[in-house]
Design a protein around this ligand. Sequence first.
Ligand SMILES: CCCCCCCCCCCCCCCCCC(=O)SCCNC(=O)CCNC(=O)[C@H](O)C(C)(C)COP(=O)(O)OP(=O)(O)OC[C@H]1O[C@@H](n2cnc3c(N)ncnc32)[C@H](O)[C@@H]1OP(=O)(O)O
Ligand SMILES: NC(=O)C1=CN([C@@H]2O[C@H](COP(=O)(O)OP(=O)(O)OC[C@H]3O[C@@H](n4cnc5c(N)ncnc54)[C@H](OP(=O)(O)O)[C@@H]3O)[C@@H](O)[C@H]2O)C=CC1
Length: 515
Amino acid sequence: MASISEWYAGKNVLITGATGFMGKVLLEKLLRSCPDVNALYILVRPKAGQSMSERVQDMMKCKLFDRVREDNPDFHQKIIPISSELTQPGLAISPEDVQTLTSCINIVFHCAATIRFDEPLKHALQLNVIATQQLLSLAQQMQHLQAFIHISTAYANCNRRHIDEVIYPPPVEPKKLIDSLEWMDDSIIRDITPRLIGDRPNTYTYTKALAECVVQQESSKLNIGIIRPSIVGASWQEPFPGWIDNFNGPSGVFIAAGKGILRTMRASNDAVADLIPVDVVINLTLAAGWYTAVHRPKAALVYNCTTGGINPFHWGEIEHHVMSSFKRNPLEQAFRRPNANITSNYLINQYWILVSHKFPALIYDLFLRLSGQKPQMMRIFNRLHKAIGLLEYFSSQDWEWNSENMNMLMSQLSADDRKTFNFDVRQLNWPEYIENYCIGTKKYVLNEDMSDIPAARQHLRKLRNIRYTFNTVLLVFIWRVFIARSQMARNIWYFVVSLCFKFLSYFRASSTLTQ
Ligand SMILES: CCCCCCCCCCCCCCCCCC(=O)SCCNC(=O)CCNC(=O)[C@H](O)C(C)(C)COP(=O)(O)OP(=O)(O)OC[C@H]1O[C@@H](n2cnc3c(N)ncnc32)[C@H](O)[C@@H]1OP(=O)(O)O
Ligand SMILES: NC(=O)C1=CN([C@@H]2O[C@H](COP(=O)(O)OP(=O)(O)OC[C@H]3O[C@@H](n4cnc5c(N)ncnc54)[C@H](OP(=O)(O)O)[C@@H]3O)[C@@H](O)[C@H]2O)C=CC1
């Protein structure tokens, strides 16, 4: 049987969400490990004042593509951008482009989605469900399509504790919901959203569950695979360790902790931190594409792409390794020395928020005001509290995912494919991975130079000295206030001083005796 790379040779691939975190890694891996792939069609929209082509050109300059660039400087010729806005009717693809896609595409990878946890329901539905439906309709017109791979999330069914590799009945029939939301006013939708999402934490997980149902409805007409990654983190090995380009999920938390801003967060020390490296997800996705096309399973196969059941690691351990990594490789211009702690106790967390977040922010903003600058720390903390508030649901509990299909797929690969498209997370060394992850946030998200580490360490030493001085001054001040106001404090003070004095005289006496 042909290897995975051989199978992709000569194929035309369609990717949605190629400008996103996972889409970019998918594009890079295809170009690097399947060099004979014919063309990669990517659906892209203009954004933030940049045209589609400018965006694609910028993307290809990204460091992520360095290895591909080395192997093949003309790699960009294989990438064919197609203008598309997924929230528009017909995905806003021109009739000529529809014609091209329907006549040549062999495999579709659907990565695009809104992953924001606070997305208004109507928009999340539009992008995560309706766009998926429209893409499936387009796929049905593709004359040479062999597989359709949909990227879902392991948390689509996070209202269950144990999650099998099956598509669960949707919370509501997607079509009915789409029809009803069409005529509803935004304010009404906002009001009924909590009732609709029920025991799911946000519109993201809710609409991803509906999208799976929409995909299943088409599974009799197409060869479909569904990938459900858990919390996707920096790359483990490919194209280089620690590659990450965004603040989503744990990355923003790590950065905030590394900068010394985040000191406390609600999370359970013993809960499994189901992180999965992005390269593992992409390798599995490409292998699943190959398997779906070659073996044509009768029903859509779901792959829970998780680590918890295979090589578990816990939030408490993550906290420890993140902190020690940022102490060894500090971020530049930290606000305070990195020292974040997680707790599952609401009241303790609130106490530390007050003492370690709000109080220092207030003092710093006061300092900024007095020095004629605009206060900003309180604003940063308010945003941070909003973000971590949305993540706490996922860090305070754990889930069990069955990952039999991932194991089955691994058993189907040749020894060479298992190396080239490695998704065996049993080999993942967590401390090493977390170290590279933290360094990756520094290098690729914050664009900090590793040569600045000595200066960053020096800055941390300065912060430590400021803290010691501040604590000493505070202690002396509080004590002075007490001594001035309370006879009892004065008595304690004299007692402690006389005790120290006696202790010292005793030592002096005993040392003169021994001479
Ligand atoms: C050491 C302790 C260790 C303890 C560990 C505990 C860790 C727990 C982590 C648990 C993670 C669980 C994730 C669960 C995932 C489900 C997986 C998925 O399926 S789906 C995948 C998971 N999906 C997600 O993770 C999505 C979650 N994110 C959201 O929903 C929204 O970003 C938001 C509501 C948090 C903020 O909305 P809003 O206020 O409107 O702000 P915007 O978004 O518009 O961003 C504005 C600017 O700020 C930037 N920036 C953003 N975040 C941070 C940050 N933390 N910091 C700094 N900066 C940040 C951002 O880049 C942007 O910059 P620019 O472009 O302007 O230059
Ligand atoms: N990151 C994670 O932790 C996890 C992600 N997933 C799933 O993986 C997939 C990819 O996630 P990730 O790469 O992290 O997400 P990103 O937010 O990084 O990327 C989303 C992609 O979708 C595109 N997109 C969004 N809206 C539109 C639109 N209206 N029209 C055209 N394109 C649009 C974005 O394009 P643009 O650049 O133009 O905005 C971008 O390319 C998603 O389906 C997500 O649900 C699953 C589990 C975990």
